[in-house]
Design a protein around this ligand. Structure first.
Ligand code: ZN
Length: 423
């Protein structure tokens, strides 16, 4: 059969053909697994104009919009937590009011998506059972997470409203400390100290208890290490990290310490490893400098300014960023799965999950939008994870935590000592 081939070609054919066949078998197995499991991505951001013509979930395309229904279908992303995020602002009455208003704009946009615009394609899940039911019915699933407790200011009764609007996890703090907890990343421009509360504030501890009583998962992502350990200590229910990496693989403020991972294992929670370049591996200083120089040249102060660019300016910025990314490549799916591997070794298969942080700075080589979600499963299969293990990592673990949180809230509701209706 090799009569017409040269010696070198015969060797190459003998070496590559079986490998290619093995690759194809592996990919086919990964595809079969990917289509069977429920893939839950616990962190997808949205802008304030979500569910308007500016961000239509059926029309993929515009820059920095990484999740749409058609790409979720082709990529096999089943159930994103769509995030009500409000950045930390002034801790004043008017600051809280503005933040609460911004939060409700996002809650409303998600309800508009699932109830008014595309109810046939995507449905809001309020329980773990809903997730399974909607998935079985062949629709995409939307869940709501809340990033930053700032919009409720000091009035934790607002958690009840967040629950009623469908919020099923809440991260107490974002970048910069707030009334509830210390942030992993204090606001340097405001000269914030490393710690304001040395973990959770007294109000933050009450908030965790109220989250437990309502049935909202407590999320430690963006909290300081001590605040994370405090949440683990105070929470009566398993908790989550909705989008974090692990410090032992790459030492970043936003990543989870080994002590926190051990806490998650004891607590029964789940840490969702995030596809965020700068948390997965070191960004070369030259790349950081090149991005800073570009930002200065184009008068960009923050992510919001990048979103506002249009026309030639947007094209110029995107082209320069593409050049920078080509010269110093982003982390890829392999680095993401390195974090998953470590977390699994440290805590066991029952406490690890996956998140993208799409539309919020997330996205890596190989998983840069919802359409590429399969690549994560492929890498997990390559690393030797079984279907049962992948089902847990992709959503089974998160659903288990959600169910436990629901059960604990229900049992507290039956308890006459519970203060459900009182402030
Ligand atoms: Zn975040």
């Amino acid at each position: 059969m090799f009569r017409h081939l040269t010696g070198a070609a015969i060797v190459a054919a003998l070496l590559t053909t079986p490998a290619c066949a093995a690759d194809k078998r592996l990919e086919a197995r990964a595809r079969a697994i990917h289509s069977k499991v429920i893939t839950i991505d616990t962190h997808v951001d949205i802008p304030a104009d979500f569910s308007t013509d500016a961000y239509d979930m059926m029309r993929p395309g515009p820059r920095f919009q990484q999740v749409h229904l058609p790409t979720m279908m082709t990529g096999g992303m089943d159930a994103p937590f769509i995030v009500v995020f409000v950045g930390q602002g002034p801790r004043t009455t008017s600051g809280y009011a503005r933040a609460l208003s911004d939060a409700f704009v996002k809650f409303a946009a998600i309800h508009k998506l699932t109830e008014e615009i595309y109810p046939e394609q995507i449905e809001l899940a309020l329980t773990a059972a809903d997730v399974r039911r909607i998935h079985t019915a062949g629709k995409k699933v939307a869940l709501i997470g809340i990033e930053n407790g700032y919009p409720m200011g000091k009035d934790i009764r607002l958690l009840d409203q967040f629950y009623d609007y469908g919020g099923r996890y809440l991260g107490l703090v974002h970048n910069g400390h707030n009334d509830l907890a210390d942030s992993a990343q204090p606001n340097k421009e405001k000269n914030e100290p490393v710690a304001e509360w040395n973990g959770l504030s007294p109000l933050g501890k009450q908030a965790v208890k109220r989250l437990n009583a309502r049935g909202i998962m407590v999320d430690v992502s963006h909290a300081s290490n001590q605040a994370t350990l405090d949440m683990l200590a105070v929470s009566a229910a398993p908790i989550i990290a909705s989008h974090s990496g692990v410090k032992s693989v790459f030492n970043h403020h936003r990543n989870l310490s080994d002590e926190a991972l051990e806490g998650f294992k004891r607590n029964g929670g789940v840490a969702q490893m995030v596809a965020f370049d700068s948390y997965l591996k070191a960004v070369p200083p030259e790349k950081t400098a090149a991005i800073a120089a570009l930002a200065k040249q184009m008068n960009i102060q923050g992510f919001g300014d990048i979103l506002k660019l249009s026309g030639d300016q947007a094209r110029a910025y995107d082209a320069r960023m593409a050049e920078i990314d080509e010269r110093w490549p982003k982390a890829g799916v392999k680095e993401l799965v390195d974090h998953i591997d470590y977390a699994v070794k440290k805590m066991g298969i029952d406490h690890v999950g996956i998140s993208s942080d799409f539309n919020g700075g997330g996205g890596i080589h190989g998983w840069s939008n919802a359409g590429e979600t399969f690549n994560v499963t492929l890498e997990l299969v390559k690393r030797g994870y079984t279907e049962e293990q992948i089902a847990k990592i992709w959503g089974g673990n998160l659903l288990r935590v959600m169910e436990q949180v629901e059960r604990i809230a229900a049992s507290q509701k039956d308890d006459p000592k519970n203060t459900r209706q009182k402030p």
